[in-house]
Design a protein around this ligand. Structure first.
Ligand SMILES: [Zn+2]
Length: 119
């Protein structure tokens, strides 16, 4: 892997959406490559939540000497930079697989008409 491929030394990985040369590396600290993958607005659901938003971002911490593992952050707070710690690719895959299973379990087993039955 080349130096630029991991984002050390001021070069950005291909996925980074910051301006070239954006890194400000210091002796005792580093900076982040980042990319916003999706910002999804969620409408309010009665009794469950108000309007919300999900931000999915990629980030990678980089110092002048090393580059951390790129991670995927899924922020459910609706606030910019208010999210959880990043997920590795394997962790994100596990969560995505679980979401697909949950969708499959509900698909065909629930419809909005079911809500009328409880009313
Ligand atoms: Zn970058």
């Amino acid at each position: 892997m080349t130096v630029d491929a991991v984002g050390v030394g001021g070069g950005c990985p291909r996925w980074c959406r910051q301006l070239p040369g954006h890194l400000h590396l210091r002796d005792n600290g580093g900076d982040f490559h980042t990319a916003l993958v999706a910002a999804i607005d969620l409408p309010a659901i009665d009794g469950l939540r108000g309007e919300a938003a999900v931000h999915l971002t990629l980030s990678q911490y980089v110092t002048g000497r090393t580059a951390g593992e790129p991670v995927i952050a899924l922020d459910l707070s609706g606030e910019e930079d208010g999210g959880m710690d990043g997920l590795t690719i394997a962790e994100a895959r596990s969560i995505a697989d679980a979401l697909y299973r949950a969708i499959a379990m509900l698909r065909g087993a629930w419809s909005s008409e079911d809500a009328d039955v409880r009313a």
